[in-house]
Ligand binder design. Sequence first.
Ligand SMILES: Nc1nc2c(ncn2[C@@H]2O[C@H](COP(=O)(O)OP(=O)(O)O)[C@@H](O)[C@H]2O)c(=O)[nH]1
Ligand SMILES: Nc1ncnc2c1ncn2[C@@H]1O[C@H](COP(=O)(O)OP(=O)(O)O)[C@@H](O)[C@H]1O
Length: 202
Amino acid sequence: MTQTLSPNASLLPEATSEHSTSPGRLVVLTGPSGVGKGTLLKRLRQQHPDLYLSTSATTRAPREGEEHGKDYYFVTRDRFEEMIAAGELLEWAEFAGNYYGTPRQPVEVQIERGNQVILEIELKGARQVAQSFPEAFKIFIVPPSPEELERRIRDRGQDDEAAITRRLARSRVELDAADEFDLQIVNDNLEQAVAKLADVLL
Ligand SMILES: Nc1nc2c(ncn2[C@@H]2O[C@H](COP(=O)(O)OP(=O)(O)O)[C@@H](O)[C@H]2O)c(=O)[nH]1
Ligand SMILES: Nc1ncnc2c1ncn2[C@@H]1O[C@H](COP(=O)(O)OP(=O)(O)O)[C@@H](O)[C@H]1O
């Protein structure tokens, strides 16, 4: 039977142990495209492989090196819309022309086990989670400057010019919402930012 993670579920910050009988903890990590969210989480997971990150579904095409089921579940728009209709997503949003969403069931299973779950999602999804689960802890990753953010998006070399333009436009909206979050971390020096993230996630 599928457990439901009701909005009343208590997602206490201290309940992170695998064997805990306490409810788990939902953590949201947001920040503009190219700020380094993926890089930070990858580093942290290299140091702590047991860190549980939710794997999202998306209609975006895979980038070189990305794996289905690992980086994302890459699905068609029709399949994504079926998932919405069936209530299979905890939250979802359209970002820069594609759908992104969090499959509900794996998150509920981890929370029921008393584990911490990290959702790396954009602003609209973060707001949905904040509404449904007020106890979720929300972290916003900030770039050192708008110029450095643009440089990172371009240097990453993964997006065409139209996608870069959409991402930069959206980044201005996201940066304006940084104050809605419980904690802001500036990703300037990578090691220092990883250490700050480790302080709150481990
Ligand atoms: N709402 C929501 N946003 C997501 C989800 N998965 C990823 N995102 C966000 O979608 C945006 C675009 O992701 P992606 O195309 O991988 O580009 P990147 O973050 O710039 O590398 C980022 O802000 C992600 O955090 C999800 O399940 N739900
Ligand atoms: N602290 C940092 N200093 C310099 N470059 C960084 C830093 N963090 C990430 N990057 C680079 O910025 C680019 C975007 O990072 P990525 O993790 O893909 O961002 P996001 O997941 O937020 O879209 C990548 O090329 C990455 O290597």
